[in-house]
Design a protein around this ligand. Structure first.
Ligand SMILES: Nc1ncnc2c1ncn2[C@@H]1O[C@H](COP(=O)(O)OP(=O)(O)O)[C@@H](O)[C@H]1O
Ligand SMILES: [Mg+2]
Length: 640
């Protein structure tokens, strides 16, 4: 069983903050929101860091000076920053505070609204870019990437990043404004006191980030231990029967004890540290306050301008300086936690599709999303493989020096054992992959001279396992040609002999299909995907083992359909059951990435080579199948 040595190495891996540039770019697209936010946050910080503290300081001083005077006679002398100075009475003071708080509330409202808007916009933009990239990427990308991975990127990672970046920007800007305005206010009131406070604060500057970093690391260790446990648990429960057959329950139980203890210890370590965080912070803050009071009072003796109110103000400043620093440490933790999501999303968005058109080809034929169909040449359907070599992976060649000419309108069948390169050959023809060397010519022109869309719009390709989209049958067929009329759709369905079946459904062509068409048989799905391929009236038609998992009766129907449908088209059929292809114009036999036989059924049978051998084997098999079928019918008759 897998060990549970959760790699602590992983925790130390270097983080590349460069990827954030791309994400910040998404925020900068909404520069006007950022501008609004800068203003509202500046006003809010100004209110909190300067306006209220200075008004309060003035009020406290005024109260001290005006003891015994009537209420109305109190004069509050406010010394503002940047040399601004004004006097108000008590009513004026109250009114000023009221207006201030109202403005602040308005700013907060706008800030939250704009930030949420920013978050949504970033979310939508990243997701759209990611999804667009998924559309552009070539087959090879999906060989390596699971659907689950992509969905996780486009869903949870994207929302995590949008949340992080929008609120992160707000927090940074806010915190910088707060700090700067606090410093300005501090130095305006008394630069000496400001210096004393700054001299006392390095402890704070060290303690908060230190705790945050260590906590982050401990949390990661604990989390990794836990996810390792979940994987271990799943494996041991899935393998419960095997564990019993091996009689290793004691060993497994001991392993479980060990893992659980490990998790507990790691969590304990984190919790201990977390519990230490708050008291330490309060301790350091009080210590700083004490230092400010101690040196401040010494200083007060020599400087009479330092009043009690000033003193109170500076004690408040200890917190005003501390909060942003703590916030910043927290923010840093959040950034590190979002790092892996950002790296993954950026890697997706930055992935270059392997199959791309050359710039001059794009100029003429347009892009995938903006086709210039007016420049598309009509296609005849001549195909030529010229010295084509191909490897999926470096150094492992799958197709070796293939030379093959197919005339327009010919029907070709490819047979050969599993893994011989049949699908690869048609994948190359569809330009899902490009030859590693050599050329593929369509109507005598290298297909890289024309766009991918030009080629694909002329090919009808039916895969072994047809994919049914959720939606109506009509829509499913129309995916083959988005602007297909009802007549065209019905014509296609009739050609492949599925029209009667569709009409037998209560809602006919408007029948809603769900969940990959689970309410249809494989054969029916097959026929619908045939209709989808045929509705675009492709010049080249490719069927890759399209009938291999279908029962014999349905196959007869499909065979009949295929024959009608393929008339006048260049067609390539990869067949498992040789009975499907006996009357093709040419049969190619592949083995190990090479065409080893090429001829008509009659020619190949006469040659007595591989094809003859394959055919005879299947023929024998067919006999057995037929025998079983007859036998089953007889049994059924008896039981009835
Ligand atoms: N996406 C892929 N990446 C790497 N190797 C592949 C890929 N697809 C197929 N192969 C390999 O290429 C060879 C030919 O496969 P394929 O053309 O699918 O054979 P066939 O269709 O004749 O059964 C096999 O050895 C297979 O393992
Ligand atoms: Mg195949």
């Amino acid at each position: 069983m897998a060990s549970f040595a959760f790699e602590e190495e992983q925790i130390k891996t270097k983080v590349h903050f460069g990827v954030w540039g791309k994400i910040i770019g998404y925020a900068l697209r909404r520069w006007y929101l950022l501008a609004i936010l800068a203003i509202t946050m500046l006003l809010t910080s100004f209110h909190d860091a300067s306006f209220v503290p200075l008004l309060n300081k003035a009020a406290i001083e005024a109260i001290r000076l005006s003891q015994g005077l009537p209420f109305d006679a109190v004069v509050i002398d406010v010394q503002f920053i940047f040399g601004i100075r004004f006097t108000v009475d008590f009513w004026g003071y109250g009114l000023t505070l009221l207006i201030g708080i109202l403005l602040r509330s308005l700013c907060i409202f706008i800030t939250f609204f704009a930030t949420n808007y920013l978050e949504m916009s970033i979310y939508v933009d990243i997701r759209q870019d990611g999804f667009r990239r998924v559309q552009e990427l070539s087959f090879s990308y999906f060989d390596k990437t699971s659907a689950g991975w992509l969905i996780a990127r486009l869903q949870s990672d994207t929302s995590k990043i949008a949340d992080m970046i929008s609120w992160g920007i707000i927090r940074v800007v806010w915190l910088v404004f707060d700090l700067v305005l606090t410093l300005i206010t501090m130095f305006t009131v008394s630069w000496q006191m400001a210096l004393i406070l700054l001299a006392a604060s390095p402890l704070i500057m060290i303690i908060a980030p230190y705790f945050e970093m260590v906590l982050l690391k401990l949390s990661r260790i604990a989390r990794n231990a836990f996810s390792g446990y979940v994987a271990w648990l799943a494996e041991s429960i899935a393998g419960a029967k095997t564990i019993k057959t091996l009689a290793i329950e004691t060993t497994v139980q001991a392993e479980a004890d060990e893992i659980v203890t490990d998790i507990r210890n790691k969590n304990f370590k984190r919790t201990k540290f977390q519990a230490l965080f708050h008291p330490s912070v309060v301790f350091v803050m009080s210590l700083t306050t004490a230092i400010v009071i101690f040196f401040g009072s010494m200083f007060m003796k020599t400087d009479t301008t330092i009043t009690v109110a000033t003193f109170a103000l500076y004690i408040g400043f200890v917190r005003a300086i501390f909060n942003p620093l703590q916030e910043f440490a927290e923010l840093f933790g959040d950034i590190v936690q979002t790092q892996s999501s950002v790296e993954k999303i950026v890697s997706l968005i930055d992935t270059k599709p392997q199959i791309v058109d050359r710039p001059d080809v794009i100029a003429k034929y347009g892009t995938l999303f903006h086709e210039r169909k007016e420049n598309y040449e009509p296609i005849k359907g001549d195909i030529e493989f010229k010295n084509v070599n191909f490897s999926y992976l470096k150094d492992i060649e799958i197709i070796h020096d293939m030379n093959l000419k197919i005339k327009a309108g010919q029907s070709i069948a490819i047979v050969g054992e599993t893994g011989s390169g049949k699908s690869t050959t048609v994948n190359l023809l569809c330009r899902f992959y490009e030859p590693t060397s050599g050329q593929l010519l369509i109507d005598g022109v290298d297909y890289r001279e024309r766009s991918v869309s030009w080629l694909r719009s002329n090919i009808g390709y039916v895969q072994q396992s047809p994919f049914i989209f959720s939606g109506t049958i009509r829509k499913n067929i129309a995916y083959g040609k988005l602007d297909a009329t009802d007549e065209e759709i019905i014509h296609a369905a009739k050609l492949v002999d599925v029209h009667d079946f569709i009409m037998s459904l209560p809602n006919g062509y408007n029948t809603e299909l769900q969940d990959g068409g689970s309410e249809l048989s494989v054969g029916q799905k097959q026929l619908i995907s045939f209709a989808r391929a045929i509705v675009r009236d492709p010049v080249i038609m490719i069927l890759d083992e399209a009938t291999s998992s279908i029962d014999t009766e349905t196959e007869v129907v499909i065979q009949k359909a295929i024959k009608d449908v393929l008339k006048g088209r260049t067609s390539i059929i990869i067949a498992h059951r040789l009975s499907t292809i006996v009357d093709s114009d040419r049969i190619l036999v592949m083995s190990n990435g090479k065409i080893i036989e090429d001829g008509t059924h009659r020619e190949l049978i006469t040659a007595q080579g591989t094809y003859h051998h394959l055919y005879m084997n299947q023929f024998a098999e067919l006999k057995v199948e037929e025998q079983i079928e007859t036998y089953e019918t007889q049994i059924a008759g008896i039981v009835d």
